[in-house]
Design a protein around this ligand. Structure first.
Ligand SMILES: O=C(O)CCC(=O)C(=O)O
Ligand SMILES: [Fe+2]
Length: 278
């Protein structure tokens, strides 16, 4: 079915987030349908300005230009939360760094000080304000989703206990005779991932019937991806979507992802038996 092969697009704004607004019910239904059918959707969110995104990606490019010994100082006690370098067998073009709890200024500052011991307030300010805004979008997405399942009373705890990791990623240009795998097919482990990119495409998502859709990002859009923890929370109603990155062309791709995960979350009791409210 051709219509099943287009990623849904849903508009978010502070205004239509009030349950009394005219599009509240339809937004909640759209979010739920997208998560259940595709496991993802494109969120149009103009409150994060395109200028800020442009500046963030310029700053991220400079970050990746640092020597590998410096980038490798991005470490974490949690496996895979720090610097990940290219791996010749599985993802030769991929490199990434992680900033834990990037909604907190102190966390972004300490990451910045490791990368630039003499300081870089420009990078720090950009990443911090961008991360805060991404978390606002994340909260809007979870608010509509909780409402669509009739469990809005649990949303406050979800918001309060949300941990987050911002991961910045670089995919190098593939050699003409080399592999073009950016990131092999996988599902994300967390609750919700929100991703965006510079102008270079490469992300693909797999539909339930096994087709791959190449993601095109309209202006001011972010892809929202459901992870394994969200699937579990919803008692398997939500689809945790498989996705991958394939590189082509002669430009590097930069992407930025926010991975959020409420700490106190299992399968909601209400979702074990009941259906929904909206
Ligand atoms: O770079 C991208 O667009 C995808 C990244 C991704 O899927 C991940 O980090 O889990
Ligand atoms: Fe992913």
């Amino acid at each position: 079915m051709e219509s099943q092969r287009v990623i849904p697009v849903i508009r978010f704004s502070q205004e239509n987030m009030s349950p009394s607004s005219s599009c509240w019910v339809s937004t909640c239904q759209d979010v739920r349908k997208a998560f259940e059918i595709y496991g993802c959707f494109l969120a149009i969110y103009e409150e994060i300005s395109m200028e800020l995104c442009k500046q963030v990606f310029q700053a991220v490019e400079k970050l990746f230009d640092l020597p590998v010994e410096t980038k490798a100082k991005n470490t974490s006690t949690i496996p895979n939360f720090g610097y990940i370098g290219p791996e010749s067998d599985t993802r030769p073009l991929y490199e990434s760094m992680g900033i834990e709890n990037a909604v907190n200024l102190e966390s972004v500052q300490s990451f910045t000080n490791v990368m630039w011991p003499s300081g870089n307030t420009h990078f720090c300010g950009l990443l911090h304000s961008h991360s805060k805004q991404l978390m606002e979008l994340d909260n809007m997405v979870t608010k509509t989703m909780f409402a669509s399942y009739g469990v809005e009373k649990h949303h406050e705890l979800c918001v309060k206990s949300k941990g987050n990791l911002v991961r910045v990623m670089k995919y190098g240009v593939p050699k003409s005779d080399g592999p073009n795998i950016g990131l092999p097919p996988h599902c994300d482990k967390g609750f919700i991932t929100i991703l965006h990119q510079n102008q270079v495409n490469g992300l693909e998502i797999e539909t339930k019937d096994g087709h791959w859709i190449s993601v095109e990002f309209p202006p001011s859009s972010f892809i929202v991806i459901a992870g394994d923890a969200l699937k579990e929370w919803s008692n398997d109603r939500v689809h945790a979507v498989t996705h991958k990155v394939t590189m082509s062309g002669n430009e590097s791709r930069y992407s930025l992802g926010q991975f959020s995960h409420p700490m106190k979350i299992g399968t909601l009791e209400e979702l074990i038996a009941s259906s929904s409210a909206v």
